[in-house]
Design a protein around this ligand. Structure first.
Ligand SMILES: *[C@@H]1O[C@H](CO)[C@@H](O)[C@H](O)[C@H]1NC(C)=O
Ligand SMILES: *[C@@H]1O[C@H](CO)[C@@H](O)[C@H](O)[C@H]1NC(C)=O
Ligand SMILES: *[C@@H]1O[C@H](CO)[C@@H](O)[C@H](O)[C@H]1NC(C)=O
Ligand SMILES: *[C@@H]1O[C@H](CO)[C@@H](O)[C@H](O)[C@H]1NC(C)=O
Length: 403
């Protein structure tokens, strides 16, 4: 039922969006950084170092364990992949020991499996990990990525002057476009400007980037997840209007299946990223992930809501102590709602609310608890209904109008 409803629904275009045909819905895939960092010690830790083998392993898992078929598409390299030197023609080159076959061969490997390859660079003199940056090399780097068959490029902002980013990032947009290869462009631009107290021009950013990081890097903890949620709540009136098909706010990677989040907290991260219509880039070890986390990541109904074609950014509509409610408009007058319980007092909270309080139109709705895969019931917007929300967890509701 849910999927049938989500398939219809008019595409609502965002006037600012970058016009490269990509990221019409939030990008989905896997990214190395949060889980594997800058581990370059392939001698002592060959299974976990940043190497072509790591990305081939993850591509294999994505295909064989159902992630690709669920919509996860991009396999993304992050920092520490390159050689410390450019080649004789001034081009970036992969570290020869860790990527003996080069990035082009890795792209071929990934493409053969129906996936896409992303890579990482930096707008400044150096990447955050100290590898060559793209300042003064934007054009040749864009061309190199296109020649290799790269499908997504994340441009970080270390060792750069944030004041120059309003000029520099759009230059890269232009160079990527001139290659003729559609390359999804992920920008760290607003995050660096925010951190240095510059007013962020989100209109310009949405015109030039398919997605952008606004806030601190995610770390492997519930505190980090809550910190990002709080920042998004504080800025929701700024962030909501600039998001839509082609351009998405990026609260950073999904850390489900790592060390820091319990099962209940993992549900909450996925539910909140669904409310944000956020990119779903997992950073975890798909070779060893526990089955219950894999099941969460593969939940078809959750993915369908995250990928709803409207791309709207949801907002916090209620806050009462440890309980908050977030609502996102999705197509055909339906809503996704998260009831988040930040409490730690051990017992589930019985939260009673109404559609009207959650921001629904005046109508009768069927309310579905998505993780539990069960109907809460049918309610007109002034009728109270109750859900039990576990501590440090969330309930994701999908409510559609009854005809
Ligand atoms: C980048 O490096 C050049 C040459 O060393 C230096 O002049 C410039 O200030 C550096 N830029 C930044 C933003 O660090
Ligand atoms: C380049 O930009 C033009 C105009 O915005 C757009 O139509 C075209 O699809 C873009 N091409 C690529 C490869 O991004
Ligand atoms: C949902 O859309 C309605 C009508 O456009 C708007 O008034 C409301 O603020 C939106 N709700 C959220 C949470 O964005
Ligand atoms: C939750 O509260 C509602 C409204 O007071 C009540 O009808 C319902 O029985 C309660 N559920 C539980 C499990 O306590």
């Amino acid at each position: 039922m849910l999927r049938v409803i989500l398939i219809f629904g008019a595409l609502c275009g965002c006037i600012y969006a970058l016009d490269n045909g990509l990221a019409r819905t939030p990008p989905m895939g896997w990214m190395a950084w949060e889980r594997f960092r800058c581990n370059i010690d392939c001698k002592n830790d060959p299974k976990n170092c940043i190497s072509e083998q790591l990305f081939m392993d993850m591509a294999d898992r994505m295909v064989e364990d159902g992630y690709r078929d669920a919509g996860y598409e991009y396999v993304n390299i992050d920092d520490c992949w390159s050689s410390k030197q450019r080649d004789a023609q001034g081009r970036l080159q992969a570290d020869p020991d860790r990527f003996p076959n080069g990035i082009k061969a890795l792209a071929d490997y990934v493409h053969k499996r129906g996936l896409k390859l992303g890579t990482y660079g930096d707008y400044g003199n150096l990447t955050c990990g100290g590898y060559p940056g793209s300042l003064g090399h934007l054009e040749i780097d864009a061309q190199t990525f296109a020649d290799w068959g790269i499908d997504m490029f994340k441009m970080d902002g270390c060792y750069a002057d944030p004041k120059t980013m309003d000029k520099g990032y759009p230059q890269m947009t232009k160079y990527l476009n001139q290659t003729g290869r559609p390359i999804l462009f992920s920008c760290s631009w607003p995050d660096y400007q925010r951190a240095s107290g510059i007013d962020v021009n989100y209109k310009l950013i949405a015109e030039n980037c398919n997605m952008w990081r606004n806030y601190d890097d995610i770390q492997d903890s519930w505190d980090s997840v809550l910190g990002i949620i709080d920042y998004y709540a504080k800025e929701q009136d700024t962030l909501a209007p600039v998001q839509g098909p082609g351009s998405f706010n990026d609260p950073d990677m999904i850390i489900v299946g790592d060390f820091g989040l319990s099962y209940e907290q993992a549900k909450a991260q996925i539910a909140m990223w669904t409310i944000f219509a956020a990119p779903m880039l997992m950073s975890n070890d798909l070779r060893t992930i526990r089955p219950e986390f894999r099941e969460l990541l593969l939940n078809k109904e959750v993915i369908a809501i995250n990928q709803d074609p409207s791309g709207h950014f949801g907002k916090r509509v209620l806050q009462d102590g440890n309980i908050e409610a977030w609502t996102r408009n999705i197509t055909l007058g339906s809503y996704a709602t998260v009831i988040l319980n930040r409490g730690t007092d051990g017992s589930p909270r019985n939260v009673t609310t109404t559609g009207a309080k959650l921001g629904f139109h005046t109508w009768i709705y069927m309310v579905v608890d998505v993780f539990e895969d069960k109907r809460v019931g049918q309610f007109d917007s002034d009728m109270e209904f109750s859900v039990l929300v576990n501590p440090s967890s969330a309930v994701l509701l999908y409510s559609y109008p009854c005809s």
